[in-house]
Design a protein around this ligand. Structure first.
Ligand SMILES: Cc1cc2nc3c(=O)[nH]c(=O)nc-3n(C[C@H](O)[C@H](O)[C@H](O)COP(=O)(O)OP(=O)(O)OC[C@H]3O[C@@H](n4cnc5c(N)ncnc54)[C@H](O)[C@@H]3O)c2cc1C
Length: 426
C-alpha cells in the first residue's frame, strides 16, 4: 500500500487524486490544503462577489465526493516544509506527515509590491481566494463602500472591477503599463475593452502606479507616482500571481520561477511531483519554459501527475496561454501568442463595428488568435494551434464569418475531432 500526499486542493491537486484512483483504488490518499474551502472554482470568486453565482454553485467537487474516494482531508492546514531525506512534510502547526509519493499543487500567491504605508491598514486586500471574497464583501457592507481602487488592469483586476461595479461601487483602475490587459490581449482588444469599461463609468489610469497609501487604521487615500492623490476606503491589489514556492527553498527541489518539472510532472527529487500554477513547463508553441497559470493547464498537469504517481506512464506535451472572459458585456478570447512582433509573424485581422478578430501565423502554423465579441470558433482555432497544423492552404478563410470545420481538409477534421485531450495521453 502506498501513501500519496497531495498538497493543495485546487484543480491540479483534485484532478491528480481522481487520476490516482483510476489506477489505484486502495492506497491511502491524504489531501493537505491551506484553505478552509475545498473543491471550489477559483475563477468564480469575482462572480460570487458580484452576486452572479450563489455559494452552492461554487463547488465543482465536494468534500463528500473526495471522502467517497477514500481521501483523508486536512483543510486549513499549511505545509511549511518538505523534507525529502525523511520523506515527510511538516505543517505550520508542527504536524509531520509521511509520504511515499508527494504532489505539490500549491498554486500561485498574489504579488504585493512595496508601497509606502501599505502595512497595518484596514481596507487593503488581494483577491485570489474565497476567503478574500468573504473579507471584501464584509468590508464593503460594514463600511458602506461606494468607491474603490483596483491596482492592476490584468484579468483578475478587471474581473474584480466588474464585481465591484455590480455592487454599485465606482472603480478606478490604476495600471502601470500603457494599457489594460497588456499581457493577455493585443492593443486593439485592450482598447475596445477599456472604452467599454469607461462607458459604464469605470475610470482607467494607465502609465501610473501607487507609490504610497495614506490613512491611520484604515486606508484613506492613495498617492500615485504622477503625484495625484485619490481618496479611497478600499484598495484591491491585483497585479498578478507568482508560483507559491518560497516554503520549498531549502528542500532541494529545483525551482526557477516555478517548480521545474519534466513531462511526467516529476521534479528533480525522487517521488516528488508538481502540477498547476506552481510549476514551470514548456510552452507548446515556442518551447520556452514558463508558468501558464490557467485552469485547463492545472487540470491536465494534475491528471498527468496523478497517473504517473500511481504507476502510469503519460506525458504532458506543454500548454498554451488561453483566456476566455466576458468584460463589460463583451465576450473575449485570447489563445496562444497574440502580442508578437517581428518579420517571422504574419498577422491577419478583421474588424467591424462590433467585432474584432486577429490571427497570428508563424510560417505555416497558426500560433495565436484574439476574438472580441464573436467567439464562436475559438475551439477550432485552439485546436489548430495545439495540433500545430499547416494552415497555409486555407489561411485566407480563417477570418471568414462562417469559418468552421468544413473548411479544413478531411484529414485535419478527423484530427481535430479526436480532440485536445488525446494530445497529452498519447
Ligand atoms: C479571481 C481569479 C479568476 C480566475 N479566472 C480564470 C479564468 O477565467 N480562466 C482560467 O483558466 N483561470 C482563471 N484563474 C486561474 C485559475 O484559477 C488557476 O490557474 C487555477 O486555480 C490553478 O490551479 P492550481 O491547482 O494549480 O492552484 P490553486 O487553484 O491556486 O490551488 C492551490 C492550492 O494550494 C493550497 N496551498 C498553497 N500553499 C500551500 C501550503 N503551503 N500548504 C498547503 N496548501 C497550500 C491552496 O490553499 C490551494 O488550495 C483565475 C484565478 C483567479 C484568482
Amino acid at each position: 500500500m502506498m501513501r500519496y500526499v497531495i498538497v493543495g486542493s485546487g484543480p491540479a491537486g483534485l484532478n491528480a487524486i481522481e487520476a490516482i484512483r483510476e489506477l489505484d483504488k486502495d492506497s491511502e490518499i491524504l489531501l493537505i490544503t491551506a484553505e478552509k474551502y475545498v473543491g471550489y472554482s477559483r475563477p468564480l470568486i469575482t462572480y460570487l462577489l458580484g452576486r452572479k453565482v450563489t455559494e452552492e454553485k461554487m463547488y465543482y467537487r465536494t468534500e463528500e465526493f473526495l471522502r467517497d474516494l477514500g481521501v483523508d482531508i486536512k483543510p486549513a492546514t499549511r505545509v511549511k516544509k518538505v523534507v525529502p531525506e525523511k520523506k515527510i512534510v511538516v505543517t505550520q502547526d508542527g504536524q509531520e506527515f509521511a509520504y511515499d509519493k508527494l504532489l505539490l499543487a500549491v498554486g500561485g500567491k498574489p504579488f504585493v509590491p512595496k508601497i509606502e504605508g501599505l502595512e497595518g491598514k484596514e481596507g487593503i486586500f488581494t483577491f485570489t481566494t474565497w476567503e478574500d471574497e468573504e473579507k471584501v464583501e464584509k468590508y464593503i457592507k460594514e463600511n458602506n463602500i461606494k468607491e474603490a481602487i483596483v491596482l492592476g488592469g490584468g484579468l483578475i483586476g478587471l474581473k474584480t472591477t466588474e464585481a465591484l461595479m455590480e455592487l454599485g461601487v465606482k472603480v478606478t483602475i490604476v495600471e502601470l503599463a500603457d494599457r489594460i490587459l497588456s499581457v493577455t490581449f493585443d492593443r486593439k482588444a485592450s482598447e475596445i475593452i477599456m472604452n467599454a469599461l469607461k462607458k459604464v463609468g469605470c475610470d482607467v489610469i494607465t502609465n501610473d502606479t501607487i507609490e504610497s497609501v495614506k490613512g491611520n487604521d484604515k486606508i484613506s487615500s492613495v498617492i500615485l507616482k504622477s503625484g495625484k492623490e485619490i481618496p479611497t476606503k478600499l484598495l484591491i491589489i491585483a497585479i498578478g500571481v507568482r508560483p507559491n514556492v518560497d516554503f520549498l527553498k531549502s528542500s532541494g527541489i529545483e525551482i526557477n520561477r516555478g517548480i521545474v518539472v519534466n513531462e511526467k510532472m516529476e521534479t528533480n527529487v525522487k517521488d516528488i511531483y508538481a502540477a498547476g500554477d506552481c510549476t514551470e513547463f514548456y510552452d507548446l508553441i515556442d518551447g520556452q519554459r514558463k508558468t501558464i497559470a490557467i485552469w485547463p493547464v492545472a487540470v491536465a498537469q494534475g491528471r498527468v501527475a496523478g497517473y504517473n504517481m500511481a504507476g502510469g506512464n503519460v506525458r504532458y506535451p506543454g500548454g498554451i496561454p488561453m483566456n476566455s472572459v466576458e468584460l463589460a458585456g463583451i465576450p473575449t478570447i485570447s489563445v496562444g501568442h497574440t502580442n508578437v512582433e517581428g518579420e517571422e509573424y504574419e498577422v491577419l485581422t478583421y474588424e467591424d463595428e462590433n467585432t474584432y478578430k486577429k490571427m497570428v501565423l508563424k510560417g505555416d502554423r497558426l500560433v495565436g488568435a484574439v476574438l472580441v465579441n464573436d467567439i464562436d470558433r475559438a475551439g477550432i482555432y485552439t485546436g489548430l494551434i495545439l495540433q500545430k497544423l499547416d494552415v497555409s492552404s486555407f489561411k485566407d478563410k480563417l477570418l471568414d464569418e462562417n469559418f468552421g470545420l468544413v473548411y479544413l481538409p478531411k484529414e485535419f477534421r478527423k484530427k481535430m475531432l479526436e480532440g485536445e485531450v488525446k494530445i497529452w495521453l498519447e
